[in-house]
Design a protein around this ligand. Structure first.
Ligand code: UDX
Length: 443
């Protein structure tokens, strides 16, 4: 089938090259000339495992090509996936400028029988409004569908090729047929529903995931107070299939482009509809407080953080991505800078994107190797659980630090091993405060 993707960000590019890999002929459009020029050279503008290889392969097979010429992309596809950003406005609502703009731009070029698919995450009723917009342009014969995306960054290709479900929102079941045909080879359940339900499924899924994380973080705080271990609590409740063990990892909280933004947008929708979503307000608040708890934990060891040097291991919002949007590392860096500390950062992939987001900060230094980063440091905070952190020579690291303080913000390292190496170690919700001290703190 001929497919076009409008917007070649993380969702658009993954969707495009994966559909090309499945044998469809795909054109990817973006107004960002720099991005298109990169893609045309076979370079993925984002780091996502396997994406660049798949891009080069499908381009070589002439199954995928990129263009900055919108009419070309609109003419090509029988199905057009809208994958443009819906960033957060200051009040938490989703900014629909891009998606509206793109529909207005493509509308004059659309032909009867073409199918426009909303893949961007949008507030409920957006598809309906876009459908009206198309009608204003006289495009009554164009079908509009919603097909929310559940890709996880760092796992996007596998998630696309092996989805656990496919959701298709349509005005009637007949309109959904072309998308069902496109996804025919996927063995997962396919849910065909109306437009509004499909849109709500996306927001509800991400808000529920966020709720699970804040729930476990809330329990982690209690564990810290009473001497219980959150890792065992998570195991003990997660084995109940009604709860499930996923998304019960306590730590510094969730970040990224989706969970924080989608939860806040969902909250605003509920507010507009006068539905009580205060549960989600608390989920957001618990998450926002996580970095402050890390600072308090450091203050149990250092009377003052001013003038001291702290190293963040991991800057991306999660491993296997260079995405730093809403990353905990940004908030932690800012809090440490406010305390008067010197901050160093190391990340296998996200260093440059982090620097851009942080802006000019004289007391922040980016390092390209973890061993130089820790020299004469007063503490390390493990912010992102990149696999390479497990295999570092931690003894060498401990020896080069001024004080061997290690705050494991993801409960990723073995506390026994770190203590035996001479670190003052603290995880999140492990119930024993700082380990390795003669008189461990209990708070
Ligand atoms: C999320 C959804 O999972 C995906 O379905 C949707 O399409 C896009 O948003 P993503 O943003 O890639 O995906 O990240 P995800 O794997 O969900 O993790 C989000 C954040 O939660 C990360 O910062 C991660 O570190 C944190 N997290 C995750 C926890 O703190 N604890 C957990 O148990 C799981």
């Amino acid at each position: 089938m001929e497919i076009s993707v409008i917007g070649t960000g993380y969702v658009g590019l993954t969707t495009g090259v994966c559909l090309a890999q499945l044998g469809h002929t795909v054109v990817g459009y973006d107004k960002d000339l720099y991005r298109i020029e990169k893609i045309q050279r076979g370079i993925s503008p984002i780091f996502e495992p396997g994406l660049q290889e798949l891009l080069q392969k499908t381009m070589g097979e002439k199954k995928f090509r990129a263009t900055s010429h919108l009419p070309e992309a609109v003419q090509h596809g029988r199905i057009l996936f809208l994958c443009v950003g819906t960033p957060q406005l200051p009040d938490g609502r989703a900014d629909l400028t891009q998606i509206e703009g793109v529909v207005r731009e493509i509308a004059p070029h659309l032909k009867p029988g073409q199918i426009v698919v909303e893949k961007s995450t949008v507030p409920v009723k957006t598809a309906r409004r876009l459908k009206h917009l198309l009608e204003i342009y006289g495009k009554k014969d164009v079908t509009l569908l919603s097909n929310p995306e559940f890709l996880r960054e760092g796992n996007a290709i596998e998630d696309f090729l092996k989805p656990d479900r496919i959701v298709i929102g349509a005005e009637d079941s007949h309109s959904a047929q072309p998308l069902l045909a496109l996804y025919e080879s996927f063995p997962c359940p396919k849910i065909v529903t109306d437009l509004e339900t499909a849109e709500i499924i996306k927001h509800a899924a991400n808000s529920f995931l966020a709720t699970k994380i804040s729930f476990i973080n809330m329990i982690a705080d209690l564990c810290d107070k009473v001497g219980a271990d959150i890792e065992k609590v998570a195991e003990g409740i997660g084995l109940d299939p009604r709860i499930g063990k996923e998304f019960l990892k306590a730590g510094l909280g969730y970040g990224g482009y989706c969970l924080p933004k989608d939860l806040r947008a969902f909250l605003q929708i509920a507010k507009d509809q006068q539905v009580d979503f205060s549960l989600l307000e608390v989920v957001d608040r618990i998450n926002e407080e996580r970095p402050y708890r890390a600072i308090s934990a450091l203050k149990e060891i250092h009377l003052s953080l001013s003038g001291k040097t702290f190293v963040l291991f991991g800057l991306s919002f999660k491993p296997n991505t260079d995405d730093i949007r809403e990353a905990r590392s940004l908030k932690l860096t800012r809090l440490l800078l406010e305390e008067g500390s010197f901050v160093r950062g190391y990340d296998p992939k996200a260093g440059e994107t982090f620097l851009k987001a942080l802006g000019e900060e004289v007391r922040f230094t980016l390092f390209t190797d973890p061993y130089s980063a820790v020299k004469d440091a007063h503490g390390i905070i493990l912010v992102t659980e990149w696999e390479e952190f497990k295999n570092l020579d931690w003894e060498t690291i401990r020896k080069s630090m001024v004080s061997p303080v290690l705050l494991d913000g993801r409960n990723y390292l073995s506390q026994e091993k770190m203590v035996s190496l001479g670190f003052l170690y603290r995880g999140v919700g492990r119930g024993k405060g700082w380990l390795g001290l003669k008189h461990p703190s209990q708070s």
